[in-house]
Design a protein around this ligand. Sequence first.
Ligand SMILES: *[C@@H]1O[C@H](CO)[C@@H](O)[C@H](O)[C@H]1NC(C)=O
Ligand SMILES: *[C@@H]1O[C@H](CO)[C@@H](O)[C@H](O)[C@H]1NC(C)=O
Ligand SMILES: *[C@@H]1O[C@H](CO)[C@@H](O)[C@H](O)[C@H]1NC(C)=O
Ligand SMILES: *[C@@H]1O[C@H](CO)[C@@H](O)[C@H](O)[C@H]1NC(C)=O
Ligand SMILES: *[C@@H]1O[C@H](CO)[C@@H](O)[C@H](O)[C@H]1NC(C)=O
Length: 464
Amino acid sequence: MGGHALLILLSVASLSLLPGAMPLQPSQAWSLFKLRQLLGDPPVLGTWRNYTDFCYGGDYKTASAFVECYEDSVTQLHIMGEPGARPLPTTFSIDAFFTTLSRLPDLKVLTLTNLGLWGPLPGGKISRLQKLEIVNVSSNYLYGELPRGLSQLGSLQTLVADHNMLGGKLPGWLKDMPLLAVLSLRNNTLQGTLPESLKDMPSLRSLVLASNNLSGNLPELSNLQVIDMANNALGPKFPRLGRKVASVVLAGNKFSDGLPADMLASCYLLERLDVSGNRFVGPFPAALLSLPSMEYLSIAGNRFTGRLSGNASCGENLRFVDLSSNLLTGSLPGCLLAAPGKTVLFSANCLSTGDDSQSQHPSPFCRNQALAVGIVPEQGRKKSGAKAGVVAVIVLVGALVVSAAVVFVVRKARLPKARPARRLVEHASSAYPSNLLADARKNLWSLGWVGLGGKNGRNAAANL
Ligand SMILES: *[C@@H]1O[C@H](CO)[C@@H](O)[C@H](O)[C@H]1NC(C)=O
Ligand SMILES: *[C@@H]1O[C@H](CO)[C@@H](O)[C@H](O)[C@H]1NC(C)=O
Ligand SMILES: *[C@@H]1O[C@H](CO)[C@@H](O)[C@H](O)[C@H]1NC(C)=O
Ligand SMILES: *[C@@H]1O[C@H](CO)[C@@H](O)[C@H](O)[C@H]1NC(C)=O
Ligand SMILES: *[C@@H]1O[C@H](CO)[C@@H](O)[C@H](O)[C@H]1NC(C)=O
C-alpha cells in the first residue's frame, strides 16, 4: 500500500517537473477525436487512442501526425496523409470540419495535407482561428475562391495551399494581411490578372503561383525574394523587381519583351533566374552569368540574340546554365566550357564551340530568325529609343534613293535635268524591287529594335 502511494507521488512529481507537462483540456482532446472521425479515421491517425495525452505523451506521435501544446492547449496540429489520397466521401462537410477545428482556439500552426478534404474554404469559420500563423493545406480538393474571412487572420504569416482546385482571381484584400510573408498557391486554377495591391504588401517575401491560369503583366514586386510564376499565361513585360530578389522563375509564360539588363545587373542576391519557354526577344545580357550569387540560369527556348564572347566571365557560384534553343552567336564563354561540376546546356543556337555534342544551327539561321523577330509591334515605335530606328530607316531609304538617283542619272544621262526628289523616290521604289527595300528596312529594325528599341536595341545591334 505505502509503496503504491509513493509511486503515485513520484509520478505526480515527475509529471509536474516536466516542462509543458499539463494534460490537454478534455474539450480539446474531444475536438481532436472529432476531427479524426470527420476525416474518416485515416490510417495516419491510427496511433491516437482514447487515453492518449496529446500534450504530454510522446508515443502517439509520428512524423506524419502530431500535436504541440502550450500548457493545456493545442498550438500546433499536423496531419499529413499519404500522397494521392482520394476525396473524402460526399458525407464529408468542410464546414463541420472547420467548426470543430475552431474549438482549438490557440492553434498557431496547422498542417492538413493529402487528406482528401474537399469543398470551399469556409471563411467565417477560419476567421475564428485568430492566432493562426502558418497554414499548409496542400494536396487536397479545396475549390472556390479564397474566402474574404482569411483577411481577418491578422497573425497569418504563411499560407500554403498548393495542389488544390482553388479558382477565381487572386484577391486584392490580401494586402489587408499585414504579416503575410509566404503565399503559395501552386497548381490551382487561379485566373485573370494579379492585383496591383500586391505591391502594397511590405511583409510579402515569397509568392508562388506557378501552374495556374494567370495572365497579364505582373505588378511591381520589389519586396519579394522568391517569385515562382511558372506555367501561366503571364506577360508580355518582365516585372519590376527589387534588389533583394533571390529566385525568379517565370518559365512557360508569354513574356515577349526584352530582359531589363540594367535592373537585373543590380540584383546581387539573385541565385536563380529561369525565364525558359517564353517568347523573349532581344539581346541576352551576358552579365547575368557573372552576377555574384547566380547559381541557376535558364533562358532556354526563347529568341534571345547576341554574340557571346569567349572571354565573358562567370560568377563563382554558377552551377547550372541552360542557353539552349535561342539565336545566340559567337563563342561559348570559356568559363562555361572548362567547368567541372557545372551543367551547361547550349544546343540549338549558332555558337562556335569546338564541342560537337550539343548541335548548333549554321549562323545564317540565327541571323534570319533574328531578322524575323526584329519586326516589332506598333507599340515599339512609340518608345523613345525607337526614334533612332525611325531616323535610321529614313537615312537608309535616303541612301537608297541617292544611289537609285545615281543609277537613274547615269542611265538616263541624256535627260537634261534631274527630276524632283519626289519623282526620284518613285523611281527608286520601282528600280529596287519592293522586297529588297523591305529587307533593308527589316535589317535596320532588327539591328535597332530587336530589343524593343532604346538602349537594348542598340546593344543588340552591336551584338549581332
Ligand atoms: C474511445 O472513445 C469512444 C467515444 O469517445 C468510444 O466509442 C470508443 O469505444 C473508445 N475506444 C476505446 C478503445 O476505449
Ligand atoms: C506543405 O505540406 C507538404 C505535404 O506535407 C509538404 O511537402 C510541403 O513542403 C509543405 N510546404 C510548406 C511550405 O511547408
Ligand atoms: C496538381 O494538383 C492536382 C490536384 O488538384 C494533383 O492531382 C496533381 O498531381 C497536381 N500536379 C502536380 C504536377 O503536382
Ligand atoms: C485560362 O483562362 C482563359 C481566359 O483567360 C480561358 O479561356 C481558358 O479556358 C483557361 N484555361 C483553363 C485551363 O482553365
Ligand atoms: C574579350 O576579347 C575581345 C577580343 O576577342 C576584346 O575586345 C575584349 O576586350 C575582351 N574582353 C574582356 C573582358 O577581356
